[in-house]
Design a protein around this ligand. Structure first.
Ligand SMILES: [Zn+2]
Length: 372
């Protein structure tokens, strides 16, 4: 079976999900290419929201063999539209720098630098006469390398008037706004791909699977946590188990936390039932959703209001909170043991000499109770 994440890959802007403003602006660049085409485009946003897909669509449209000047829609039929700009070797004017390629990043950079220095292949008067250089996962690329490329003093062709377009993809936009990226700031056009709401993802899923029970799609939408790609791969997982997407099977496949489980966790936290929590954690240690839930509930819990804990309990409680928040899953078990009282003496080092104390875990601890 073909994966949904591939199958549902939008072939034109109409098939793209939400982000209407961003799509409109990107299409605007294509429609008014002579005056509007920017020197650099930054697409930032949470993983799976569509920034890479938008970049690929933009590139396909830009080089589409059937696109006329003034148009912005890729035809979906030509060789360019059928290829993937990330890996295609037939797109002469596209360089996609990314990790995980056969070629080392250093080599890819060298090539990108050479490419940026050369005019695009093809006819000068062609409205497709551009060269695109994409940097994927910008935050993981060494900054000095990027500086070499972008601000190399002997690269006179990299100017606003050049026909080279840089596209940056990043999950951490703030990284671009400081340090070596500063000069880029005023010259780039920014696009932010927001997390999608559960309702939006639900509606998108409903279009893909109109006959599936609403509740199943709601669970998948919740699981996706704002990411369309996440939703589609979760849908893939669930379809593998049950093509009818029954609520039970979907919940089980995605380790969905039922209302009853929620209540159970909540009670255990409220009642300081660390023994129960310990057992629960052992059984569910790799279930991400439940981990998130414990964090949320601990955050909600006003420790001081429920019970007056001892100083040791308080410290262990904040350690626990810290480990849960930072995904130190095995340490959570250790700390729970502490809280149960099993190792309170022998494991005292954990409480008193924890390097976490220096790293400031106290800052996120629950508020100290005031005794009347
Ligand atoms: Zn085409």
């Amino acid at each position: 079976m073909k994966q949904l994440t591939i199958e549902k890959d939008p072939q034109n802007w109409d098939e793209f999900w939400y982000h209407e403003k961003e799509v409109k602006r990107l299409r605007g660049f294509l429609e008014n290419d002579k005056d509007k085409m920017p020197y650099a485009i930054v697409l930032s946003g949470f993983t799976g929201t569509g920034k890479t897909t938008a970049a690929r669509l933009f590139i396909k449209a830009l080089f589409c063999e059937n696109r006329k000047a003034g148009e912005s829609q890729p035809c979906g039929e030509c060789r360019t539209c059928k290829s993937d700009p990330r890996t295609s070797t037939s797109l002469n004017n596209v360089t996609w720098v990314q990790r995980g390629q056969d070629e080392t990043l250093a080599n890819q950079f060298k090539k990108a630098l050479q490419e940026a220095n050369q005019p695009p292949y093809g006819m000068d008067e062609d409205h497709r006469h551009y060269k695109v250089i994409v940097f994927d996962e910008l935050q993981s690329i060494p900054k000095d390398r990027l500086q070499d490329l972008l601000f190399y003093p002997e690269v006179p062709t990299i100017t606003e008037r050049s026909r080279v377009i840089f596209i940056f993809l990043t999950m951490a936009e703030e990284n671009i706004k400081e340090g070596v990226f500063k000069p880029l700031r005023d010259r780039a056009r920014y696009f932010r791909f927001r997390k999608l709401s559960e309702t939006e993802i639900f509606q998108y899923l409903k279009k893909q699977e109109p006959y599936a029970p609403d509740e199943s799609l709601e669970i998948i939408a919740h699981y996706a946590d704002g990411s369309i790609r996440g939703a589609l791969s979760a849908l893939d997982d669930c379809l593998e188990v049950d093509s009818h997407l029954s609520v039970e099977n979907v919940a089980e496949t995605l380790y969905y936390v039922s209302a009853a489980t929620r209540l159970r966790i909540w009670k255990m936290i409220q009642e300081y039932d660390y023994k129960g929590l310990h057992t629960f954690w052992q059984q569910n240690i790799y279930h991400f959703d439940e981990q998130k839930l414990v964090i949320q509930m601990m955050r909600d819990l006003d420790l001081a209001m429920v019970k007056r804990p001892t100083a040791d309990q308080l410290r262990a409680h904040s350690l626990l909170y810290h480990h849960v928040c930072t995904s130190r899953k095995v340490r959570v078990l250790d700390t729970l043991k502490l809280l149960i009282g099993l190792d309170l003496i022998t494991d005292e080092t954990l409480l008193t000499r924890s390097p976490l104390e220096q790293s400031g875990y106290e800052r996120i601890s629950t508020p100290q109770p005031t005794y009347a």
